[in-house]
Structure formats: C-alpha cells, structure tokens
Ligand binder design. Structure first.
Ligand code: BTN
Length: 269
C-alpha cells in the first residue's frame, strides 16, 4: 500500500471521530482551507494536512515559514454554544501537542504560555487557534505546525531558534503516526474541556511550564510587562507578580526576561 494511503488508514483507525481527512501537497494555509471547508457546510470534525504551505500563518499576524520539512495540520471542531472561555483551548492544544511529541522525544518537551512547545530554549511546535461562526455554530480551527525534519537551510530561514523532531528522536516516527497520535490526544482533551473547562488541565500545564517561578516579560506588540510567573489559574490565565502586585494576563506572549538569562539555571528570582 502506498505510504500516504497507509497513513490515512492509520488516521481513520485511530481517530474514528474525524469525519473527513483532506490531504494536500501544497496549500496556502491549512487554516484557510479549514475555514473554506467549514463555509462549504461540511459536517463534523475535519482534518486538513499539507506537506507545505505558501502562506502559512502564525500568531499575532506573523508568517509561519512552511517548507516541506515541516508538518502542517488544521483540525476543525464544532463547539456547543454553552462552552465558554474558548481561548483556554489554545493551551489545551499545546498540552495535547506536547503530550504527543513526548512519545518520541528523547529530550524534555515543555510549554511556553500561551501555546508554544519548546525543547530547551528552541521552539519545536506552535499553535494558531481560530474561531469561525457558521450557521449559528461555533467552529474552532486548531492550526498546528511542527518542526518535523527541517534542513539546515530551512532552519536558517526561520527568525528564531528552532529544533525539529528528527534531532530529538532515535527513530523518527512517520508523519502519519505523529498526526494520528496528536489528533487522538487533542480530540480527547477537547472533549474533556467541553465537560469540565480548563481546571483539570491547570496542574498539567504548570508541571510542564518552562518559566514557572521565573522572571519573564509579557509582550503584546505594544507594551511589555516584567514580573515573575506563578503559572496558570483554572481559566488558563497567566498569573504574574509585578512590582504593582499580582496581575492576570490574558493576551500577549511570554519571553524570558534578561534577569533569567543572566542567572544560573537552578536559581529562582
Ligand atoms: C505560532 O506559533 O505563531 C503559531 C503557528 C501555527 C502554524 C500552523 S501550521 C498549520 C496551520 N496553518 C497555518 O497557516 N498556521 C497553522
């Protein structure tokens, strides 16, 4: 059986909750395609996978450089109207991705709020969560990009330190294996979120939070806030102790503060 067909069979077998799988050699963005699929009225959960993207999108309007060495997928999921605080689902998606990569990684995978997956200080995966309302139904699009097996040139084209799955595995799993495991974990965790909200995930996030107890800077593109991270609360908000007291952070993203970079790894601020 050709590799791709074999992988589709594996996906269907391990993820009976997925209605349809859409596979592309190249596409503008799997999130864009997921949006088009939702608009066309396709029912249930849809998975879009592409070998490369010509207009991959990252968080906060950034581009996501998407050469053939990466792994790009978007999973759509209808959300019951009563489910609130949907932004916490981007943390749930990060937890699910970390959990999946951890199956193969020989090095510890950690989380950077709100939804980066890190190995050391290098990024291995990122998530773009988008909401689409269609015919009165909220549909979430979980867009996930994983550095799978990038060439040295492909890594150099990315404007931040990155690491790929090939570097941290003994035997690189197939793309189909990674996608199947990731979708299974994500769909299971989304179901849990629908019934119980973010609180069951708080402990697990804080266990793997790269910067818990560390000095960090929150950057939202306009301003910067310095403080010490206390991890997340039961809503997935980041608790930050600043010079003005404790603040709850709901937007922006974490960067390590210079304070952290200058001190020894085992010290607390
Ligand atoms: C980030 O860390 O900034 C989020 C990156 C998300 C990239 C993925 S790749 C699959 C999906 N399609 C996109 O255009 N973006 C997401």
């Amino acid at each position: 059986m050709p590799q791709r067909l074999f992988e589709l069979e594996l996906l269907k077998k391990t993820n009976p909750g997925i209605n349809q799988v859409h596979v592309f050699e190249e596409i503008d963005s799997t999130n864009n395609e997921a949006r088009r699929i939702i608009e066309s009225g396709a029912p249930g959960v849809n998975l879009v996978v592409a070998d490369s993207q010509t207009a991959g999108r990252g968080r906060r309007g950034r581009a996501w450089v998407s050469p053939a060495g990466g792994l790009y997928l978007s999973l759509t999921s209808p959300m019951p109207a009563e489910v609130r605080e949907l932004q916490a689902l981007s943390l749930v998606a990060a937890i699910s991705t970390r959990q999946s990569l951890d199956e193969w990684s020989l090095r510890e995978t950690r989380l950077k709020w709100p939804n980066d997956i890190m190995i050391g200080d290098k990024k291995i995966a990122g998530i773009l969560l988008e909401l689409q309302r269609c015919k009165d139904v909220n549909q979430l699009i979980f867009g996930i990009g994983i550095n799978y097996s990038l060439s040295a040139g492909e890594k150099a084209d990315i404007d931040r330190p990155v690491i790929d799955l090939r570097e941290v595995t003994e035997v690189l799993p197939s793309r189909g294996q990674v996608i199947a495991k990731l979708c299974a974990n994500l769909l299971q965790n989304v179901e849990r979120f629908i019934h119980n909200g973010f609180s069951p995930f708080k402990l697990i996030w804080n266990k793997y939070d790269q910067y818990l107890g560390s000095g960090i800077v929150i950057k939202d593109g306009k301003s910067e806030k310095n403080g010490k991270s206390l991890g997340v609360n039961e809503k997935g908000e980041l608790m930050l102790v600043t010079e003005h007291g404790e603040e709850l952070i709901t937007g922006g993203e974490v960067a390590p503060s210079l304070q952290k970079l200058n001190r020894s790894k085992n010290c607390d601020t």
